[in-house]
Design a protein around this ligand. Structure first.
Ligand SMILES: Cc1cc2nc3c(=O)[nH]c(=O)nc-3n(C[C@H](O)[C@H](O)[C@H](O)COP(=O)(O)OP(=O)(O)OC[C@H]3O[C@@H](n4cnc5c(N)ncnc54)[C@H](O)[C@@H]3O)c2cc1C
Length: 309
């Protein structure tokens, strides 16, 4: 794949400027991923409105420029090399929220924790499970994020997304094809712009107490103090990745700056300026060793973005 032309980058920067936002040229993705790993991309554009997104997409698609949608980058493992893509970041500039009865309607760049806090403030229950899952609501719906017995499937009334022709489509919850860490958007790669959550009236102090309890469980059990992309492996049917890895004696297994967490074996963590190859070497070793000893073939949960070679 060839590089993106200077004229194209200048156009993207011009569109960003027109909308009062910024496009960063040759921006290191390590600044935008929770693993703190990732090489430079061609351009990293902040989206701050639906109009800005429409303009960017109009130009990008008309000129067949490769692009990638990124939220908070908490479910990504990005190569250290150059990534010849325009990254469109749907983040805090695209994060309006409002409440309508027992529903919350938010732009897809809203952080999941902020939406949880907004639900608690409005005495709405049902989203407690998600408190502490990092990332944006768009990424959460895309991944069908879940924890502690809940998942986005259970609370998403509808999502609006832009299709390949630039048209906004509305998908009702039942049509979102939610399954384990997947949604219809994993197949069609449409761009989620708005999410509506259906919750229930509840007691504010009980909701807040539940969220705090779940957050404490995370702090106790997960290495949230170290950079990672969360659980490195999907839960295999009939077992748990962390348990299998621990049984194979791989807790603390290390390659360069990447290591199987001592606190929770299901997490590969960045302990000392890990490179992409360090992380992939740990993942490959764990997969091979677990398969050999237990017969379970572990599948990577985060998305892997490879560089141009
Ligand atoms: C410490 C830690 C703990 C975690 N705990 C959990 C957990 O308990 N449960 C869980 O499910 N996950 C967990 N995760 C993983 C991650 O936080 C979730 O998957 C999260 O929902 C990803 O959101 P994001 O905004 O960071 O998405 P990103 O990582 O930016 O993107 C993930 C995917 O979604 C796509 N995407 C993002 N936004 C949009 C959009 N608006 N439209 C279309 N596509 C989009 C991207 O293209 C990419 O394919 C954890 C991660 C960390 C680092």
């Amino acid at each position: 794949m060839g590089d993106i032309s200077k004229e194209c980058i200048a156009e993207i920067c011009g569109i960003a400027e027109k909308h009062g936002t910024k496009a960063l040229v040759k921006e290191p993705l390590s600044r935008h991923t929770s693993f703190k790993v990732g090489g430079e991309c061609a351009c990293f554009a902040e989206i701050n409105s639906a109009e800005c997104l429409t303009d960017m997409l109009g130009y990008i698609r008309a000129n067949r420029v490769p692009y990638y949608i990124i939220g908070r980058g908490t479910n990504l493992i990005v190569d250290d090399g150059y990534i010849p893509f325009i990254f469109l970041h749907l983040g805090s500039g695209f994060a309006d929220m409002r409440v309508e009865g027992d529903r919350i309607i938010c732009q897809s760049g809203a952080s999941l924790s902020a939406v949880c806090g907004f639900a608690a403030d409005n005495s709405l229950t049902g989203l407690e499970f998600a408190y502490g899952i990092p990332g944006r609501i768009g990424g959460a719906v895309f991944m069908n994020a879940g924890a502690y017995g809940g998942e986005m499937k259970g609370v998403t009334a509808y999502a609006k997304a832009i299709d390949e022709n630039g048209c906004v489509k509305r998908f009702e919850g039942k049509d979102l094809k939610f399954s384990y860490r997947k949604s219809i958007f994993s197949e069609n790669r449409y761009i989620i712009t708005e999410v509506c959550l259906k919750l229930n009236k509840g007691d504010k102090s009980e909701i807040t107490a539940k969220m705090n309890e779940l957050m404490q469980r995370r702090r106790d059990k997960q290495p949230i103090e170290l950079p990672s992309a969360g659980s490195t492996f999907k839960r295999p049917i009939g077992s748990y990745a962390g348990m299998l890895i621990e049984q194979c004696g791989l807790k603390g297994y290390r390659c360069g700056g990447a290591m199987v967490s001592e606190k929770h074996s299901g997490f590969v963590v960045n302990v000392d300026n890990a490179s992409f190859s360090d992380i992939m070497a740990v993942i490959e070793h764990v997969r091979e060793a677990v398969y050999e000893k237990t017969g379970y073939l572990l599948e990577c949960e985060p998305e892997i973005i490879r560089a141009q070679r």
